[in-house]
Design a protein around this ligand. Structure first.
Ligand code: BTN
Length: 263
């Protein structure tokens, strides 16, 4: 395995402060998609917080069925099983809270720079995408849906593929030095644990202030499906508010947002 040693990862988790997510863990050299692995683990009864990390993915996927470029050696590809007894309306906004956890972890690595969350769940540094979140629900009759939270972070990639849907960057490119992938993973799981714990008791209210503070789209010209206008914040239910030219506000529940500069 290139870089993922179980003893070093275990020690990093312990050192960072275990917050209920990251144990038990499975480290893989190669897989198709860690979200599929985590789903299979959950079907076999893996507990809340069980996590799978791979060095490379041959079929890593992003939102909307897009491919998630997953070369070996450099980046972070992980998926976690969440068993939360949440009302249905609180499942979708959880992805926003996960974005906040990823942004917190990126901030720690970046020290003086602040990562932003692009609704619904991308993490940006300035105008470039640093990380993405893919939350998938698995439902079983008679029991609350379980969630698979997949996170991809560009950690040490120095060359990103041409023709990506959006400009991308990595922690190493931002810092102009290599970054410890194991420390980054432990830091991320720590923040994810703490955000999920708060979300389980207080829902989106637990992170909405910070989310608004980190809102990448605020004030930009955006287009989501048929709706075009200015991004006017995120409401208490986690919907993106878009103000059209006539001044009407449209709450957007889901979708891909394309953006331009500030209005
Ligand atoms: C996106 O930005 O569209 C979401 C990208 C999510 C990628 C991660 S990498 C680990 C996990 N396994 C996958 O196949 N996808 C997620």
């Amino acid at each position: 395995m290139t870089g993922w040693r179980a003893d070093a990862f275990s020690a990093a988790l312990e050192e960072r402060g275990y917050r209920g997510i990251g144990q038990p863990f499975t480290l893989l050299d190669e897989t198709a998609s860690t979200n599929d692995d985590a789903r299979r683990m959950a079907e076999r009864g893996a507990p809340h917080g069980a996590t799978v990390i791979a060095d490379t993915q041959s079929a890593g996927r992003g939102r909307g069925g897009r491919r998630w470029h997953s070369p070996p050696g450099d980046n972070l590809y992980l998926s976690t099983v969440l068993r939360l007894d949440l009302p249905a309306e609180e499942l979708a906004p959880l992805a926003l809270a996960v974005g906040v956890a990823v942004a917190r972890a990126c901030d720690e690595v970046l020290a003086a720079r602040r990562a932003l969350v692009k609704w619904p769940n991308d993490v940006y540094l300035e105008h470039e995408k640093l990380a993405g979140v893919l939350v998938e629900a698995m439902s079983r009759a008679g029991s609350p849906p379980q969630l698979i939270v997949g996170i991809g972070v560009n950690v040490n990639a120095r060359e990103l593929p041409e023709g990506l849907a959006v400009p991308a960057t990595s922690l190493a490119l931002a810092l102009d030095r290599d970054v410890d992938r194991i420390e980054t993973a432990a830091c991320l799981l720590h923040h994810l644990g703490s955000v999920v714990e708060d979300y389980a008791t207080a829902g989106l209210a637990s992170v909405i202030g910070e989310l608004r503070d980190r809102d990448f789209l605020a004030g930009r010209r955006v287009q989501v499906g048929e709706i075009a206008g200015e991004a006017a914040g995120i409401d208490d239910a986690g919907r993106l508010m878009v103000r059209d030219e006539a001044g009407r506000s449209h709450p957007v529940l889901s979708g891909d947002v394309t953006w331009r500069g500030l209005s």
